[in-house]
Design a protein around this ligand. Structure first.
Ligand SMILES: [Zn+2]
Ligand SMILES: [Zn+2]
Length: 184
């Protein structure tokens, strides 16, 4: 109700008075409803926090986990180390991990990387030399889709569209300041 008061330049207390005059008991109902919602939010947040802590504890003390690939529960020693995971172990077991690597090698052999001298970057919309790109072993060209400058922007959380717009704006400003026509 506070924002209604702010809209008309009156205090929250005055708004409550008006509501009470219009319909005695409505003010109390609104207040009770607001309190119920607030309490429900607090309970939900507390429940989430407890569930999260339980999950963390379970992860820290468990001695086995379920492989994401073969869906079998195995002892932790059957999983390769992975320092990015909370329990220090990867998501797939040793057996599946080896199978994944073999499948990846087979795919790589089936379509080998074609080294390219230059590549088009869809972010800055220009063709750049190979050295302007980070390597990406999984891609057909062996290079990442975006150039290093654009990759940094993407990693900083910008969308593909935002990166493109930023470059277009920069090129426009540049062409205006140098007095040349904008590029093609
Ligand atoms: Zn497995
Ligand atoms: Zn780029």
């Amino acid at each position: 109700m506070a924002h209604i008061g702010a809209m008309y330049g009156i205090t929250g207390e005055r708004v409550r008075q008006i509501v009470t005059i219009l319909d005695p008991g409505l003010g109390d109902e609104l207040r009770a409803e607001r309190d119920r919602r607030r309490q429900a939010r607090v309970y939900a947040a507390a429940a989430r926090a407890v569930a999260y802590r339980r999950r963390l504890e379970a992860r820290a003390t468990r001695t086995e986990k379920r492989c994401h690939r073969c869906k079998t529960t195995k002892p932790l020693t059957e999983f390769p180390n992975n320092r990015y995971q909370r329990d220090g172990k990867g998501d797939v077991c040793h057996v599946c991990n080896r199978a994944n690597v073999r499948a990846h090698d087979a795919r790589r052999k089936a379509n080998p990387v074609e080294p390219v001298a230059e590549k088009y970057c869809p972010g800055c919309e220009q063709t750049l030399p190979r050295s302007a790109f980070w390597r990406a072993r999984a891609s057909a060209t062996g290079l990442q889709c975006y150039c290093i400058a654009c990759s940094r922007l993407r990693n900083a959380g910008l969308t593909a569209d935002e990166v493109r717009q930023m470059h277009r704006a920069a090129r426009l400003l540049q062409s205006e300041s140098t007095g040349t026509e904008g590029d093609t």
